[in-house]
Ligand binder design. Structure first.
Ligand SMILES: *[C@@H]1O[C@H](CO)[C@@H](O)[C@H](O)[C@H]1NC(C)=O
Ligand SMILES: *[C@@H]1O[C@H](CO)[C@@H](O)[C@H](O)[C@H]1NC(C)=O
Ligand SMILES: *[C@@H]1O[C@H](CO)[C@@H](O)[C@H](O)[C@H]1NC(C)=O
Ligand SMILES: *[C@@H]1O[C@H](CO)[C@@H](O)[C@H](O)[C@H]1NC(C)=O
Length: 593
């Protein structure tokens, strides 16, 4: 599939021989897009045999693995000439043009050579795959290998080194997923994250499952980076110190984020399955713009953001002809199918760009669109794929269907100005699309669907309810189509602001669960994450709160625990939702203490 270029000149000039093509960073996100593809032929021709010496390079940002399959996994690192996130010889004003074959600046013609090996044991003696490749400034010195010949649902260890030397990266651990038809002999555990804002706080939430060694895989539902200028009260100002637009900017920003020790630890210990939300590009992105960019500025910004994302994340490109596609799926034995969707960057129709509660900005305009049948949050191509995935998963008899999604799916009404939903940037702004999801679940009698969501910086646990179309009993859960777990942020501020404790959080949570029948638990106070433990008979979600993200710490509080029994399509009531007790927020029919 990939073309392997043996480099005559380079090989002659040194003992090293490697390929560019084995480094997937060169072919991702696209091999064909005029500005997203790095033309390999050009890159390899440019090399003059000039390799960085081992002393000139370092593994600057740890190691990572991602998108595990039953027989392969993506391994990531960065082998760069300086400890900076971006090579120092790049244009200093930060305006590196996106590579063009004849017009683009060529920052450095030197290559670094990197090898990887992956083994079943420590210290890496039973090696099952290895390889070597070059990396250059064209891909910001990032390195992505696909490690093959792996066994399903098996733990592996991996490491990179500078070719033919003992100069090594940190050690990584990863795990393949079960093969599609495999009966899984124990629960599979996931940590689910969203909204990690570097200047706002430490990424303690990433580190805790590492310290507990509590999960098999990590999901990130987006807002892995933020594009704003830093403004940090705790000395975590990210590079560059301005709002980001160019390729240089996005690379440098990813570079800063990946210096966080807890993030590095999580990447080194767990295979990640990430999707982006808006801030990997910019605030409230939709297909044709963001809050503060549109037209040509937006197009260039998005290209830069997408390219940097694929360079810096251990993610596969599942469709080489569709550089924007990150929606993809994973089959974890007969236990569950995981569909990671993109409700943000792929093909989203107009969203709110300023204003709130239907007032101000373009809110009145969006308010007129929300009911349109032809409106979509993910594009019709992706919608068709999602419905097909849900059906296939149900027909093949996988016990559960998990949908990793950015924005909160369930209706959220404030009931102050009127009874209409107040955040049209969530699924509440794309009513026909949400109806089509419910209609599909209903028509095909698809059971055990669990929606996972982020974006909102608060916790929301709901039964999936087809409002106004199917009856629902909030006390028993009868009539629900599944469950939604929407998690809080790793470190982004509560929607009620940074200054905690905020005396308004609890009364507002209590108000919200009264106004929204399907909303069973809500909390606005804690930053955090949740862990899912998935078995054939039941699935459990445990929500963890991080008391203070202004300091690095392993403190966390188990806020609430929820169970979903197979076949019930609702949160278990034993005796009421969440076992009747939560440590924060407001719990329907339960106590908070
Ligand atoms: C790597 O380290 C070992 C042990 O220190 C040494 O014997 C060997 O020569 C080194 N190999 C290279 C290529 O430097
Ligand atoms: C998208 O943006 C371009 C450039 O600003 C504009 O010409 C076009 O009309 C926009 N399309 C939509 C659907 O808004
Ligand atoms: C969507 O439907 C509305 C109302 O029928 C129509 O005005 C609009 O042009 C349609 N938009 C698209 C993109 O087809
Ligand atoms: C979903 O559950 C209902 C109720 O138990 C059952 O009638 C239906 O056949 C199930 N759907 C599938 C696809 O198995």
């Amino acid at each position: 599939m990939f073309y392997h270029l043996a480099l005559g000149a380079l090989a002659a000039a040194s003992a090293v021989e490697a390929s560019f093509a084995r480094n997937l960073a060169y072919s991702s996100p696209s091999r064909r897009h005029p500005t997203l593809a790095v033309p390999l032929a050009h890159v390899s021709k440019r090399q003059t045999g000039d390799l960085f010496t081992p002393a000139e390079v370092d593994f600057t940002h740890g190691v990572a693995s991602g998108d595990p399959y039953a027989d392969s996994v993506i391994l990531w690192t960065r082998l760069a000439p300086t400890a900076d996130s971006v090579a120092s010889d790049l244009v200093p004003d930060g305006v590196v043009p996106i590579y063009e074959d004849n017009g683009g600046a060529e920052p450095s013609s030197k290559a670094a050579c990197v090898e990887f090996k992956i083994a079943t044991d420590l210290p890496l003696s039973n090696v099952v795959d290895k390889g070597r490749a070059y990396t250059t400034s064209d891909v910001d010195y990032t390195v992505k290998f696909e490690a093959n010949h792996l066994e399903p649902f098996t733990t592996y260890y991996y490491q990179f080194n500078v070719c033919d030397t003992n100069k090594t990266s940190p050690l990584g651990r990863t795990k393949t997923i079960p093969s599609k038809t495999q009966k899984v002999d124990r629960n599979i555990n996931l940590a689910v994250y969203s909204c990690s804002n570097y200047p706002n706080g430490y990424f303690n939430a990433y580190g805790n499952p590492v310290r507990k060694d509590s999960v098999d895989y990590v999901l990130h539902l987006g807002d892995y980076i933020y594009e704003y200028k830093g403004d940090s009260k705790i000395g975590r100002t990210p590079l560059p110190d301005r709002e980001i637009y160019s390729l240089y900017d996005y690379r440098a920003r990813h570079g800063t984020y990946k210096t966080d020790a807890d993030l590095q630890a999580s990447h080194a210990k767990f295979a990640w399955i990430p999707v982006w939300d808006d801030h990997e590009v910019a605030d409230n992105a939709w297909k044709n713009g963001t809050v503060n960019s549109n037209g040509d500025v937006f197009r260039k910004r998005k290209q830069a953001a997408v390219r940097a994302y694929f360079e810096w994340m251990p993610i596969r490109q599942v469709d080489m002809d569709d550089s924007l596609r990150i929606w993809r799926s994973f089959s974890l034995g007969t236990l569950f199918d995981l569909m990671m969707v993109d409700t943000r960057q792929y093909d989203r129709d107009l969203t709110v760009l300023g204003g709130a509660l239907g007032v101000g900005g373009n809110s009145p305009e969006v308010e007129k669109l929300v009911d349109l049948e032809n409106r979509t949050v993910m594009g019709f191509r992706q919608e068709a794929w999602l419905y097909d995935q849900l059906t296939q998963s149900s027909e093949r008899g996988a016990a559960w269907r998990l949908v990793g999604n950015q924005i909160v799916f369930s209706r959220m009404a404030l009931g102050i100005l009127n009874d209409r939903p107040f955040n049209r940037d969530q699924w509440d702004g794309y009513l026909a699309n949400r109806d089509r999801v419910y209609r599909h679940l209903a028509t095909h009698q698809i059971n055990n669907t669990v929606m996972l969501s982020g974006d909102s910086h608060a916790s929301w646990v709901s039964d999936l309810v087809w409002n106004d179309k199917a009856p629902y009993d909030e006390d028993t859960g009868a009539g629900a189509f599944g469950v939604e777990f929407a998690g809080s942020a790793v470190s982004s501020s509560s929607p009620l602001g940074k200054d905690m404790p905020n005396p308004l959080t609890k009364p507002l949570s209590q108000y919200l669960i009264k106004k929204n029948p399907e909303l069973q638990w809500q909390d606005l106070f804690y930053r955090g994450y949740f862990e899912l433990s998935i078995g054939y008979d039941a699935l459990q979600a445990r929500f963890f709160g991080i008391p203070d993200v202004r300091v690095r710490s392993d403190d966390e509080i188990l806020l609430a625990t929820f169970v979903v029994n197979s076949g019930e399509n609702k949160l278990a009531r034993n005796p009421t939702v969440g076992g009747g007790v939560a440590r924060a927020g407001a719990l329907k029919n339960g106590k908070v203490r």
